[in-house]
Each structure stands twice: as C-alpha cells, then as structure tokens.
Design a protein. Structure first.
Length: 137
C-alpha cells in the first residue's frame, strides 16, 4: 500500500473499536458458547486468541502491552470460564423453572430418576441428560 492509499484510510475511533470488539466478543464467544462445553482446550484456544486481540483495540495498547488488566476492566472472563459460567446460568434457570420448556424437557433431575424416595440424592440439585441412542441402523 502506498502513502496515497494509506491517507484514504480513516483512523479507527475509540468508540468504533469498542463497539467492534464488543460485537466480536458477543458473536464469537457469547453466542452458542455452551456448544463448546466439553471440547478440548485446543479447540477453544482460537477464540481465546480473538478475545486477547480485541482487548488492546479498545484500550489502544501497543503490541507489547499487558492485556490482563484490560480483560479485567472489560469484565471478560477467559473463554473456558465463560463457557462454564453460561452453563451454570442455564442450569440455574432450569432449576428455578425460568427457562424455556424445551430445556426443561431435555434435562431431568438426578433424584427424579430414582424410585426410592428416602435417598439423600432425591433432594439434590444434580441434573443429568438422558442417554441418547446415537447408533443408526
């Protein structure tokens, strides 16, 4: 790119960088993050790289600046913790009955599957997914 082409580029304003990184954070990390639950860290690592790259845009840091304080100030959890947090929020809504009906139908209480009412496990807050038949004939 020559200097004439570079002069046509508009500088990125702080507000634009903030909105852009919030958008990427929401789309890439927040939306459907629970689908990443249980996957190996190597699968989640690229999303962590995106998050780590977005934080310096907001604070206009140099490439050698520390991003951990930026992530803390933005209240962004590391991606693997964010996935766990989202799962906890969903299960909290399942437990208190404030979730959509399709989630309530998928998950069942671990105590509900027991036939013995005197067991301690009947009053726990543990949940389980029913076994699915994944073998096709």
């Amino acid at each position: 790119m020559n200097q004439k082409d570079a002069s046509l580029l508009l500088p990125i304003t702080s507000l634009f960088a903030d909105r852009l990184s919030e958008f990427f954070h929401h789309v890439l990390i927040d939306y459907c993050s629970t689908a990443l639950a249980g996957l190996p860290q190597a699968t989640v690592a690229p999303l962590q790289c995106v998050q780590n790259s977005a934080a310096p845009l907001i604070f206009e840091l140099s490439s050698c600046g520390h991003i951990t304080p930026c992530l803390l100030q933005l209240h962004w959890l590391p991606v693997r913790w964010h996935i766990q947090f989202k799962l906890c929020c969903i299960m909290h809504s399942v437990f208190y009955g404030t979730c959509p009906a399709y989630l309530t139908n998928i998950v069942e209480s671990a105590g509900a599957s027991r036939t013995h009412s005197g067991l301690c496990s009947t009053s726990t807050t543990d949940f389980m997914l029913p076994q699915l038949c994944t073998k096709f004939n």
